[in-house]
Design a protein around this ligand. Structure first.
Ligand SMILES: Cc1cc2nc3c(=O)[nH]c(=O)nc-3n(C[C@H](O)[C@H](O)[C@H](O)COP(=O)(O)OP(=O)(O)OC[C@H]3O[C@@H](n4cnc5c(N)ncnc54)[C@H](O)[C@@H]3O)c2cc1C
Length: 475
């Protein structure tokens, strides 16, 4: 007979979303079972955010050494010991790991089960033959995996994905990256800064979901640094030769073969739903992920889904946000509604590219009558001091000044976007930003200066000019 568990909540998947649900529900006194088939911490800790940002940090230091002369310092070009970089990346994972560990969650009162969870029916999940879980509520938080495109030869050609690239202990001589989304470009720049030759192949537009004007600043920088970025280009086939990987591409100029030492596939994600027994659970899904209502409930009202498996905005902070909503609803019956309008995201290239709210194109599509405010980094004293003058902020407001969106491309854009996230979530008017005092010299002044242009821009309006003339006449 299998062991039968009857917790308040059963969470499937111990990544960002699942761990947040489990920790919060346990803190509120619910009985929680958490099932994980792989490593605690999921993608973010083991094969996503943490290793990628650690690699990027190493690459940033290499770049700083290479640019030392601009600051009056002499330094030899850095010697890259990729074995040590591998150690740095895995030391960072190890430092964060205890927060996500089985021991910590067991200490919080969560029953952690190692194994693959599968629905047997609408009310029951099994883990192997030994455990049955009949919970009051289930939360599917099984994340996503790399989605591999149907390129002829790919299945039989050695290739890396985010699941294997951080295991490299030797620097690739020539890394060919298929896919110029955030993951592809972040890793392309990092590997190039660490001394690899890098070619990026993109079938459509690089960073296609971002504001094109700001994307240009990122692509210019990558190209200036020496990344060979090709788009649009079709990958016709790939094959392993004796010592290289041959990638046959076709663009307007015809077919060409690129010989790389390593191939990295970064062409998007697919939701992890296959092993769950969704049919038995009466949970529906499409090719993007599990279908949920605005409160993250699936077609089976006992079952919620959070994070990447929902297939919407696939970020760690979104998984955490979903988790908070589900806990509020499942435990306290509070009404909740997912609102992605004020969720920021960042591409951690250098310059960073950060977005919150609507882009200019989205605002126009929604028929908003808008104002677009900009301010360049090169007009900012701190950016000059840091020699980080490439980039700008672009703010989209309604005609009356309500802030609809902000895009920042430049140094620390990921930090600076927080102000605009708050402004949008609180439905602030640009007046609030223009009137706030910002410390000098900080990059945050870029945002304030953009906000002020909302008003100075109107000095060119004929009506305002007439009023000024009239006021002057009055004396
Ligand atoms: C290279 C890379 C860099 C990234 N960088 C960032 C970044 O900088 N910032 C950011 O916000 N996001 C980033 N992301 C995205 C981020 O990693 C994900 O959005 C986040 O991990 C999603 O969390 P999750 O809980 O939905 O899923 P996951 O973290 O993937 O966790 C799902 C867990 O479920 C388990 N599981 C699956 N099926 C079963 C089953 N049947 N039974 C039991 N367990 C199961 C899996 O083993 C896994 O541990 C990055 C992603 C990648 C690939």
């Amino acid at each position: 007979m299998p062991e039968l568990l009857k917790p308040d909540i059963c969470v499937i998947g111990a990544g960002a979303g699942g761990l947040s649900v489990a920790a919060a529900a346990a803190a509120f006194g619910a009985s929680v079972v958490l099932v994980e088939k792989g490593e605690m911490g999921g993608d973010c800790l083991n094969t996503g955010c943490v290793p990628s940002k650690s690699l990027i940090a190493a690459a940033k230091h290499a770049r700083a050494i290479a640019r030392a002369a601009s600051f009056g310092l002499s330094a030899q070009p850095p010697e890259v010991d990729f074995g040590k970089i591998h150690k740095h990346v895995h030391d960072v994972i190890a430092a964060i790991e205890p927060n996500d560990s089985k021991e910590r969650f067991t200490g919080l009162g969560v029953r952690v089960i190692e194994g693959s969870a599968r629905f047997k029916n609408r009310k029951t999940v099994t883990v192997g033959a030994g455990i049955e879980i009949r919970a009051r509520r289930f939360v599917i938080a099984t994340g996503s995996s790399p989605s591999l495109p149907p390129i002829p030869g790919l299945a039989t050609t050695p290739h890396l994905t985010n699941e294997t690239v951080f295991e490299l202990t030797e620097r690739p001589e020539h890394l060919v990256v298929i896919g110029a989304g955030p993951v592809g470009l972040e890793l392309a720049q990092a590997f190039h800064r660490l001394g690899a030759a890098v070619t990026v192949l993109e079938a459509a537009q690089p960073l296609a979901h971002e504001d094109p004007e700001c994307v240009r600043a990122v692509l210019d920088q990558l190209t200036r640094e020496g990344v060979d970025l090709r788009s649009p280009v079709e990958v016709v086939r790939v094959e392993a030769t004796e010592s290289k990987i041959a990638v046959v591409v076709r663009d307007a100029g015809g077919e060409q073969t690129i010989l790389g030492s390593h191939l990295l596939v970064a062409t998007g994600r697919r939701a992890n739903t296959e092993e769950l027994g969704l049919k038995e659970a009466r949970v529906t899904a499409n090719e993007r992920g599990i279908l949920v209502d605005e409160g993250l409930k699936t077609a089976n009202k006992r079952v919620y889904a959070v994070g990447d498996v929902v297939g919407d905005l696939q970020f760690t902070h979104v998984a955490n946000y979903h988790a908070g909503l589900v806990v509020r609803h499942a435990l306290f019956r509070l009404p909740v509604r997912v609102d992605h309008d004020s969720i920021p995201w960042v591409t951690f290239t250098e310059p960073e590219l950060a977005q919150v709210g609507l882009t200019e194109a989205e605002a126009r599509k929604r028929n908003h009558k808008i104002r677009v405010l900009r301010w360049p980094y090169h007009e900012n004293d701190r950016a000059q001091a840091e020699r980080a003058t490439r980039g700008h902020i672009k703010v989209v407001t309604t005609r009356r000044g309500r802030i609809l969106g902000a895009t920042i491309v430049g140094m620390n854009a990921g930090e600076l976007i927080a102000t605009w996230t708050l402004a949008i979530s609180q439905r602030l008017n640009i007046r609030a930003l223009a009137g706030s005092v910002v410390a000098y010299p900080t990059l945050a002044e870029v945002g304030k200066r953009a906000a002020i242009t909302y008003f100075t821009g109107s000095l060119t309006s004929p009506l305002v000019r007439r009023i000024i003339v009239w006021l002057r006449r009055l004396g």
